[in-house]
Ligand binder design. Structure first.
Ligand SMILES: C[S@@+](CC[C@H](N)C(=O)[O-])C[C@H]1O[C@@H](n2cnc3c(N)ncnc32)[C@H](O)[C@@H]1O
Length: 417
């Protein structure tokens, strides 16, 4: 018979709801462990003369009971589980001894060898808890456990670890905001739903590179190429979403930025609701904030801009279809962010200056933000029309107007990804 190593451990999931857990010490270790104990529903008694501000906030919020004093023998009476992490070695040893005598499983932050339990590195995703114990050397390599945990959780989230659900996937449509274009800037949820999709209907903008990663059985449809014959283009897209969902497919409608920022997301959600199809909305990082940020332009900055306004520039200010009150916008002091405005920027700038915005207000035009081809053209309201022409700026571009354009004095964005 194999002799178990002295570091063998038996993994288990403790169901702590309503059960007493004693935490000795209110420092960094407690701060890290308490949220999971609270989430597990434990009845927590914290014994510690002091606590970090975060631990104190948990006590203030009634998430635990805090007795402001040091450890006293008897503290572990009736406990099911204990976390011993004071900065007093003698108190830790005495509490450990009491735990052993009372058969209370106890974790020790100062001496893993002396503990009767070890805390695994844990992560949660999609209703699954991943717990990793490093059982070589009494869990003395917590970084390795954390690295394994991260690899598993990340893999499950982004779909690189295939762990299919055995419950039937609910057919329906997920309206996923894909972010501004860099494939790393989609949300974790968006990426997972994409990995689980049978059909993806994608816009021209957004993280197109992610489509190449999809397995061959996934049907990828370019929204711009859906034939619309007797329908308008948008109706044809709605119809395609409805038909694929009604065929029992898991459909992702992948959109650039956020689905509800000039993205016609609500029209699609409404059409799906009318057809009785479940629609999940996954927010995305809108280009209106992220593209300026990518070139080091903050849309607000203390002492410079207390507001930012995002406007569509797809129709000129004098166009009767325009819903934008350019005269009022010209009177604001804050930042104006214009999407879909490259073609009309000369008339937009003219309307703003005519209604009172200073002609020397700085402007930055950022084309293909967050992508390898990103570029920035600087101008003022007076010069922007000409600069956009000279530099042959093309859509997609975000135009930022306001003093925030020059907010960065020394900062230049790095390119760590
Ligand atoms: C139809 S709107 C969609 C906006 C999107 N829903 C969002 O939240 O970012 C398209 C416009 O967004 C802007 N845009 C989107 N992605 C961009 C990018 N990577 N770089 C520059 N502008 C971008 C451009 O102004 C483009 O014409």
């Amino acid at each position: 018979m194999a002799v178990p190593s002295e570091h063998a451990a038996y993994p288990v999931g403790l169901r702590l709801t309503g059960r007493r857990v004693v935490v000795l010490g209110g420092g960094q270790v407690a701060q890290r462990r308490l949220p999971a104990l609270i989430a597990a529903g434990a009845k927590i008694l914290l014994v510690s003369p002091s606590a970090t501000p975060s631990v104190e906030a948990m006590a203030d919020a009634g998430e635990l009971t805090w007795e402001r004093r040091g450890y006293r023998p008897g503290d572990l009476a009736d406990a099911w589980y204990a976390l011993i992490s004071t900065d007093d070695d003698a108190a830790n040893a005495a509490a450990s001894q009491e735990a052993e005598e009372n058969r209370v499983w106890a974790v020790r932050s100062d001496d893993a060898e002396a503990a009767t339990a070890w805390t695994p590195a844990t992560g949660r995703t999609e209703g699954v808890t991943v717990a990793v114990l490093n059982t070589e050397g009494a869990g003395r390599d917590p970084r390795r456990a954390a690295a394994v945990r991260d690899a598993i959780v990340e893999g499950l989230r982004d779909g690189t670890i295939a762990a299919p659900h055995h419950r039937r996937r609910t057919p329906g449509v997920a309206l996923v905001g894909g972010g501004p274009g860099d494939p790393d800037l989609i949300t974790v949820r968006g990426r997972r739903l994409l990995a689980e999709a049978d059909v993806v209907i994608a816009d021209r903008l957004g993280p197109r590179d992610l489509l190449d990663e999809l397995p061959p059985h996934v049907e990828v449809i370019d929204a711009a190429k859906i034939p619309y014959g007797r329908y308008m283009a948008q109706e044809a897209i709605n119809q395609a979403l409805i038909e694929h969902a009604q065929a029992g497919k898991a459909v992702v409608r992948l959109k650039g930025g956020d689905p509800f920022v000039f993205g016609r997301g609500m029209e699609e959600a409404e059409a799906l609701a009318e057809a009785g199809i479940t629609c999940t909305v996954v927010p995305g990082i809108s280009s209106s904030i992220s593209v300026p940020g990518a070139v080091g332009v903050p849309v607000t900055h203390r002492g410079v801009a207390h507001e930012f306004t995002v406007v569509s520039g797809h129709v000129a200010p004098d166009d009767p279809r325009s819903l934008v009150d350019w005269a009022s916008l010209a009177k604001l002091r804050g930042t104006l962010v214009i999407l879909m405005g490259v073609d009309k920027i000369a008339s937009i700038a003219a309307a703003l200056t005519q209604h009172g915005r200073a002609a020397d207000t700085p402007v930055a035009v950022i084309q293909e933000g967050t992508m390898a081809t990103q570029r920035r053209v600087d101008a003022t309201l007076e010069t922007v029309g000409a600069r956009v022409k000279e530099e042959d700026v093309r859509p997609p571009a975000v135009i930022v107007i306001g003093d925030v354009v020059n907010a960065a004095k020394t900062f230049a964005p790095g390119n760590r990804s």
